[in-house]
Write a protein that binds this ligand. Structure first.
Ligand SMILES: NC(=O)c1ccc[n+]([C@@H]2O[C@H](COP(=O)([O-])OP(=O)(O)OC[C@H]3O[C@@H](n4cnc5c(N)ncnc54)[C@H](O)[C@@H]3O)[C@@H](O)[C@H]2O)c1
Ligand SMILES: Nc1nc(=O)c(N)c(NC[C@H](O)[C@H](O)[C@H](O)COP(=O)(O)O)[nH]1
Length: 277
């Protein structure tokens, strides 16, 4: 047995039980056969912000809910983020719970596959990026980068492939302003067909907003949100999906949860539920 690195996190058995009904089944089955079990999870402030600004890495979760997020990572085959988060945070996107691969156990068991949505392949990663440092140390997997670009930069592709990652081209549509929009079912089917039976989607703001749109919210099997007792103030990365309207043109809530449970967790509260369709 390897010894766990110093940054290993503990998440006691007694804290795990409450999460179980909100997690992918342990046997790998999913409610929809060709789709992975899909969890939306993020941390938010009291004013619904994910971060102080789009480029700022901002700690919201306290120690217990941070350990919970890492436990969630151990229970999913993949973690999905947008390129905005990759650029802002230089994230590790591995699981640092004691007992998973690289943290007390040989191999990479329990380490999720990072998946970065990067339509134009703009992320300037390098050998020094945290993700690749973790790969070298046997503490994480190399990312799959989801892009609309047919031929990504050859050097970046070679670096990615050296660590076992790759670019994956997935169908995207263009909005009226020319922005790429992922077709979420296409992405999720692709991830499942590449062996990811469960994915957790961590953000950032653009990713969450697009998933909470009426056409895609039914893809979510579970929603787990950490709410931290802080206001980040104006200028933050706010999670606020587009308004919906009823047949008479009256505004109605954009999205709502059902089967809701609230769990106080240190100074934070963790909200678990499912999208009410
Ligand atoms: N608190 C949290 O839990 C949490 C989680 C993740 C990120 N963050 C923070 O959020 C900030 C980044 O958020 P953001 O909204 O700027 O970036 P983001 O991570 O949502 O990435 C935005 C980019 O990703 C791509 N993208 C996202 N959704 C897409 C879609 N549906 N279709 C096609 N491409 C898509 C586009 O290129 C877009 O420009 C950072 O500061 C980060 O630290 C916080
Ligand atoms: N649960 C949670 N609480 C937070 O306070 C926070 N900032 C994030 N942010 C989510 C984001 O997707 C990644 O956590 C970061 O990008 C950093 O990732 P690493 O820790 O390096 O793996 N998530």
């Amino acid at each position: 047995m390897n010894t766990a690195p110093r940054d290993a996190l503990e998440f006691p058995e007694s804290d795990r039980a409450f999460l179980e009904p909100h997690l992918p089944p342990q046997d790998g089955s999913a409610p929809q056969l060709d789709l992975p079990f899909t969890t939306l999870t993020f941390a938010t402030s009291l004013d619904s912000s994910l971060a102080l600004s789009p480029g700022a890495r901002t700690v919201l979760s306290g120690p217990q809910s941070k350990a919970m997020t890492h436990y969630l990572r151990s229970r999913h085959d993949g973690i999905v983020i947008g390129v905005g988060t990759a650029v802002a945070d230089d994230p590790g996107l591995n699981c640092r719970i004691s007992g998973v691969g690289g943290y007390g156990r040989p191999g990479l068991d329990g380490q999720p596959r990072p998946v970065v949505i990067d339509p134009t392949a703009r992320w300037e990663f390098s050998d020094d990026s945290k993700l690749f440092q973790l790969c070298r140390e046997g503490r994480g997997r190399a990312p799959w980068i989801i892009t609309a670009v047919e031929k990504p930069n050859a050097e970046k592709q070679a670096l990615l492939e050296r660590y076992g990652g790759r670019f994956i081209q997935v169908k995207m549509v263009r909005t009226h302003t020319g922005r790429h929009q992922i077709v979420w079912p296409e992405l999720l089917v692709t991830l499942k067909s590449n062996g990811l039976r469960s994915v957790m989607i961590e953000g950032g703001g653009h990713v969450i907003k697009s998933l909470l749109s009426p056409q895609y919210m039914s893809l979510l099997d579970s929603v787990i949100v950490t709410i931290a007792p802080t206001w980040l103030g104006e200028g933050g990365v706010v999670v606020s999906p587009d308004r919906r309207f009823d047949d008479d043109g009256n505004a109605i809530s954009a999205a709502r949860l059902k089967n809701v449970k609230w769990y106080p967790f240190g100074e934070d509260v963790v909200l678990c539920g499912q999208i009410k369709l």
